[in-house]
Design a protein around this ligand. Structure first.
Ligand code: ADP
Ligand code: ZN
Ligand code: ZN
Length: 711
């Protein structure tokens, strides 16, 4: 199956096109938009050319762009990405462009401005006219500006023949830099970090620093430096709605030199931000994953903040990782990439250990030492009858309420309880489309599938035995909210999860209310673990901290470690010391113990051993191929035949196929390839895919190079 078929069309007389320009062409009975890959001149007529080709060549209906919307660098980037991710080039181009770059919006909406030009100053008579002429002697003035100073004057002078008025298309001016200084001095370790980064000969820097150690300030210093050199800067962040403070800080530092680019903008806003970069009206972009494709032509620095965050990996075709694209673009622009994190991925830290990346560390927090952390064994708490809130955490919450300080409580599970189970026969209600238990949402008395989104009423009798006696098991944010409110009736609690943030700006409203001190407790899912910086928060409580360890995924310990460390970092960021309580059932697990101690290096060493034994990244590269179909037989057969073909290659290890849970009515099978050489793995998959003959309507093949998780 050929993913990158190109088609030949003829340009109409007088039409021009080149690589990277979009065209509207007929395809079958439809008309579709395509990208021009190459243009060839020919003396032959359309008829002659068709005869030579052996098929009827059709004409391009319309050339959409005057100039390529993807310049050569971005066009090549798309091709490279397609190859690296084993996906169609066109899918790459599509994910590189804001969706508004559709045919019509590209027609320039030019704005004309009118200027006044002096031709004969002797014709000015009145005092006011003479003053205006004086002004015009120094150069042409915008008509609107002149009339603001001397109302109605331009028409009078024009009538007298003293001036002429002409229109000129308004062009975007390159903005002057708008950079303010920090209102504090850099710490010694920040100064040293900046020096080390500037001196480094490596292309990629890993900036490893605790939360609150001043990494963001380092980014801003380096960004200002690059802008003053006339170069552009890209700062990538995981999710803007969850880190409004980061944006506020950047905007107050860089004023109108900055563009903000993220998925919550509407199409028009995204398009405008894109054009700001294209026209050099901004020097700095702060954005989420797709901002990596902005049309920079003179990049001086790329920063990936929280580089471990999984939002940097796209989970639909093309499944690229933003870090890889960043490194690739930085090579083209001869600039550095800074990866910043308190909990770097094992891949990045291992590269730093091997001297592929430069390791720069910020070892101390700016204001405070780390919060003191406590691990609470829930097994023994339950024996004392404390099912949800442990005694030490309860005491700590009470203490915060008494002292008017704030607390953040994290539970990685929304909904009321996890599952609904029949008391009589033990049946667990599952999603009819996925082999996954439905979550009970008490507010709406509904069962919801958190995987495919389907819902049903919770008013039901057991489909197996007819009983209507249900047990609700597990703990969700709704239930936790109730439990806390019961214990602390006077506490003002805000809940933040996918249910309470569904409406536009939902995140922002909740976070801002918390920041203004309108609540004592912010309770939520992992959304509240990242980036928040509230000085009055001195307590963080984490419930079911080891719940994620139960997953079979190779990265589950890393994800658990990150979550605990990141969430702990929210506590004690101001001048009062912070505390963290981590509630877990399996308190002996190294992932939990080391996270509570904030011991990244200890965790790294332990986890690397496990990855080594299991042949997982960073020791080996992986490609996961998922076969999905409504037709179980078809999915299974294709997965088996693929795995047999891969097994013939002795340089790679082929695992599976293994059957995954059914999701949204699709049966899924997965084959995993492991190998020491990434390029070779990719070549192998391409070769297999090229030889494949399948009906794409009946079978979906999802290829994931460097899968972030395998669960
Ligand atoms: P990180 O990005 O590592 O979490 P930040 O850069 O956000 O750390 O810094 C944490 C806090 O310390 C912020 O509130 C920031 O304004 C403040 N800060 C950063 N650098 C300094 C400094 N040199 N002096 C005083 N305060 C600082
Ligand atoms: Zn039953
Ligand atoms: Zn479902």
């Amino acid at each position: 199956m050929d993913l990158n078929k190109t088609f030949t069309y003829a340009l109409k007389e007088g039409d021009n096109a080149c690589r990277g320009v979009r065209v509207e062409v007929p395809l079958g009975s439809q008309s579709v938009t395509g990208f021009v890959d190459s243009v060839e001149e020919s003396d032959l007529s359309l008829q002659q050319y068709s005869e030579k080709a052996g098929y009827q060549i059709r004409e391009v209906i319309r050339v959409i762009d005057d100039e390529p919307i993807l310049n050569e660098e971005l066009y090549q980037l798309g091709l490279w990405m397609g190859h690296q991710t084993v996906s169609p080039n066109i899918a790459c181009f599509q994910s590189m462009l804001p969706s508004k770059m559709k045919p019509r919006s590209n027609r320039k909406q030019s704005v004309v401005e009118y200027y006044v030009h002096l031709i004969d100053e002797t014709r000015a008579t009145s005092e006011k006219q003479k003053q205006a002429v004086e002004l015009l002697r120094q150069g042409d003035v915008l008509r609107s500006d002149l009339n603001r100073a001397y109302p109605g004057i331009s028409a009078i002078l024009e009538k007298k023949g003293a001036v002429e008025i002409y229109g000129k298309e308004k062009t975007a001016d390159v903005s002057e830099l708008d950079i303010r200084e920090a209102d504090y001095d850099l710490t010694q370790q920040q100064v040293e970090a900046i020096e080390k980064i500037n001196k480094s000969e490596k292309d990629v820097i890993l900036l490893h620093g605790l939360t609150g150690s001043g990494k963001t300030e380092v980014y801003m210093q380096l960004a200002a430096q690059k802008c003053r050199e006339g170069r552009q800067v890209l700062i990538l962040v995981p999710e803007i709605s969850l880190t409004p403070q980061m944006v506020t800080r950047m905007v107050s530092r860089f004023g109108h030199s900055i563009a903000i680019y993220h998925s919550k903008l509407n199409d028009q806003q995204r398009y405008e931000q894109y054009q700001l970069v294209r026209n050099h009206q901004v020097s700095i972009v702060v954005g989420t994953r797709s901002a990596i494709f902005m049309p920079f032509d003179n990049l001086g620095l790329i920063v990936l903040d929280e580089e471990h965050d999984h939002s940097y990996k796209q989970d639909s075709t093309p499944r690229y990782h933003c870090r890889d694209v960043a490194v690739h673009r930085a090579q083209y622009h001869h600039c550095k990439v800074i990866l910043g994190s308190a909990t770097p991925t094992l891949e990045s830290y291992a590269r730093a250990m091997k001297n592929v990346y430069e390791l720069v560390e910020l070892k101390n927090r700016i204001h405070q030492n780390l919060p003191s952390s406590h691990l609470v064994d829930m097994q023994s708490e339950i024996r004392r009858g404390n099912y949800i809130i442990s005694a030490p955490l309860e005491k700590a919450i009470r203490n915060r309420l008494d002292n008017h300080q704030q607390a953040i409580l994290l539970l990685n599970r929304r909904g009321y309880t996890t599952i609904m189970k029949c008391r009589k026969c033990g049946k667990i209600i599952q999603c009819p489309h996925c082999d996954i238990a439905m979550s009970y949402h008490k507010d709406e008395n509904k069962l919801m599938c958190h995987t495919c989104g389907s819902e049903m009423s919770a008013d039901m009798v057991c489909p197996d035995c007819g009983s209507n006696n249900w047990i609700h098991q597990g703990l969700g944010t709704q239930r936790l909210y109730e439990a806390i409110q019961e214990k602390f009736p006077e506490a003002r609690i805000l809940r933040m999860d996918a249910d309470t943030t569904r409406k536009k700006n939902g995140h922002r409203e909740i976070l801002e209310a918390f920041e203004r001190g309108e609540a004592d407790i912010l309770l939520g899912t992992q959304m509240i673990a990242k980036g928040l910086d509230y000085p009055n928060v001195t307590l963080v409580g984490i419930f079911n901290a080891d719940a994620l360890l139960g997953r079979t995924d190779y990265r589950s310990v890393e994800v658990t470690f990150d979550l605990i460390v990141q969430a702990s970092g929210r506590s004690g960021r101001g001048h009062s010391a912070g505390e963290v309580y981590v509630q877990a059932y399996d308190c002996h697990h190294y992932g939990i113990r080391l996270a509570v101690r904030q011991d990244y290096l200890g965790f790294f060493k332990n986890e690397m051993e496990y990855r080594h034994i299991g042949d997982y990244p960073p020791y080996k590269y992986m490609i996961a191929i998922c076969f999905a179909s409504i037709d179980q037989q078809k999915a299974r057969d294709l997965a088996w035949s693929a795995s047999e073909q891969f097994r013939e290659d002795e340089t790679i290890r082929t695992l599976g196929p293994s059957q995954l849970t059914r999701i949204a009515d699709e049966y899924r099978y997965r084959v995993v390839l492991k190998g020491a050489n990434r390029d070779q793995l990719i070549e192998t998959v391409w070769k297999w895919h090229d030889g494949l003959q399948i009906n794409r309507g009946q079978m979906k093949i999802r290829i994931d190079v460097d899968p972030y998780v395998l669960d």
